[in-house]
Design a protein around this ligand. Structure first.
Ligand SMILES: [Zn+2]
Length: 195
């Protein structure tokens, strides 16, 4: 398994973990920003990080990997490769309800690992767990690349992540980066993020 420093370096190289002075949608400022859509953009990083997640679950029996679309489609695929099992994804219907479509069918009693690239509130993961249970599957764990829950979320099954990231957000009036540096404030999503 890689060290936390190694994983941090990989996330920086992959342009997932950005450091600077960011204006968040909440209006607060932060020194870090996670651009999680970049994780699976490059197969090299996707493979390393997915293997890391597999390392954390390899001692339990897993028959199937399921992740919610769109964010975790690539992740379910990449993680399933390391387990040597199939992967499905759940979708939302027009009313926003999560469901398992296509010809995906979960065999009764299948041991399912739910994956999500980043877990913050765990809302989507709970919906995926519900869908799996309704189909007779048994959820054996939840895996994510980045855990931002701050250990406040309980899925009743083990949650394991490649890395936990705590992004501290500051009130603009009390922002240490504003006070102590000349770093320009940038809004994520603006042109600076397009390489
Ligand atoms: Zn600031």
């Amino acid at each position: 398994m890689l060290s936390r420093d190694n994983i941090n370096d990989i996330l920086k190289q992959a342009n997932v973990l950005l450091e600077g002075h960011f204006l968040l949608t909440s209006g607060k400022h932060s020194e870090k920003y996670l651009q999680c859509a970049n994780i699976f953009r490059n197969t090299k990083y996707a493979e390393i990080l997915s293997k890391e997640l597999w390392e954390r679950f390899k001692d339990i029996e897993v028959d199937l990997i399921v992740g919610p679309a769109l964010g975790a489609v690539q992740m379910a695929y990449e993680v399933s490769r390391h387990f040597g099992v199939e992967n499905f994804f759940t979708e939302r219907n027009a009313e926003g309800k999560m469901f398992l479509g296509r010809s995906f069918e979960i065999k009764k009693g299948s041991k399912v690992l739910v994956v999500e690239d980043v877990i913050t509130t765990g809302g989507s993961v709970r919906e995926v767990i519900q869908v799996i249970k309704e189909q007779g599957g048994v959820v054996v764990g939840v895996g994510s690349i980045v855990d931002r829950t701050g250990e406040k979320v309980d899925f009743s099954v083990p949650l394991k992540s490649v890395i936990t990231v705590d992004v501290e957000a500051f009130d603009p009036l009390n922002c240490p980066i504003c006070k102590n540096s000349n770093r320009p404030l940038v809004k994520p999503g603006s042109r600076i993020f397009k390489k």
